[in-house]
Design a protein around this ligand. Sequence first.
Ligand code: PLP
Length: 426
Amino acid sequence: MSTAGQKIDEVEAAVERLVSQSLADLRADFPALDQQVNGHPLAYLDNAATTHKPRQVIEAVANYYERDNSNVHRGVHELSQRATLAFEAAREKVRAFINAASKDEIVFTRGTTEAINLVANAWGGEGVAAGDEILITELEHHSNIVPWQMLAQRSGAVVKVAPINDAGELELEALADLLSPRTRMVALNYVSNTLGSINPVAEVVRLAHDAGALVLVDAAQATPHLAVDVQELGCDFLAFSGHKVYGPTGIGALFGRAELLEAMPPWQGGGDMIEQVSFSGSSYAHPPARFEAGTPNVAGVVGLGAAIDYLECAGIERVATHEHELLNYAEGRLREIPGLRIVGTAAEKTGAHSFVVEGVHPHDIGTVLDSFGVAIRAGHHCTQPLMERLGLVATARASFALYSNHDDVDRLIDALLKLTELFGDG
Ligand code: PLP
């Protein structure tokens, strides 16, 4: 059994190895990438849906179950204390990852979807009145549309939608025009999962705050690709998912400004979120515990902490530069394909290219590419209203991660060329 000193040495050595390695070498940390699919080596380009996990994350989760598995915040025994320490250490890692002022501003959730629902219910339940307005954008994922529509149904509030231009960029002036004294919340994504557009979030925050509205940022597609700083953005809430930043599924986080969380009622009741319970009534714990009812996903939290460590060692700036170069390379190569049109040509993009090929349904593109071991996404990407705005039912989407490389892109292009031969003949 290793002593604490040995353990620290091991961790320092692992960090040193990660920091000194090139991104290309880090690919070997991801076991799932090393497999054959339909007789071909896997080229995984569905990273906007979920990323693969490095060994370091898989081992952190396994170690937790093998050594520390226990419930948190409750037990006085050694294992429970270890689990609690690991759980709260991960909260501090999330705080630092998005530069929140305090770790009490970090609530663990199942992911982005649950985080937005939490705000729509807990914040939305208090004083959003008939006629109040929630402003979203045409770029939103269903998880940043439906919770607000449900709130509107309950409260009589109105959901308004800021438009985009044909390139997939937010129309800032139109957004500003839609702000009114009744606007209570502006909810928008930082990066579009479908088009890869990067939204000018800091600018939107400024406009919204001037109008007296709060801002919730859906950062599900930003945290994997950009350095996210909630204090610099000035946002009031921000949500992200662990599984899109190389962590486990079923875990994510909500950032909420301390005074807002403090003023919000709980949205789920149960263990761990109370101060005192009696049959005549209950009082509630301070945030973040107030919003974390029940046994949490401790292994997920530990894995998320390990994923953040991994991403920080890889270096988010280095990842952003690499992915930007790859996105440009992919754009150039996609333009070689006859009949292919890139959907979403915003000046500021990251992470993904959506495209359509004349005469071929996106699902057929996905199926043919899969037969060559190339994994992409085809469909509406949980953005049906955006598809409608673009006059499409679906697109194909190739999306990138820190381990993606030129070979993945070349494999995509080779498979697309075969697809066009196939459909060209038909
Ligand atoms: N928002 C955006 C922009 C997304 O891309 C996704 C997932 O694809 C979500 C929200 C929902 O994330 P999750 O399913 O992890 O809750």
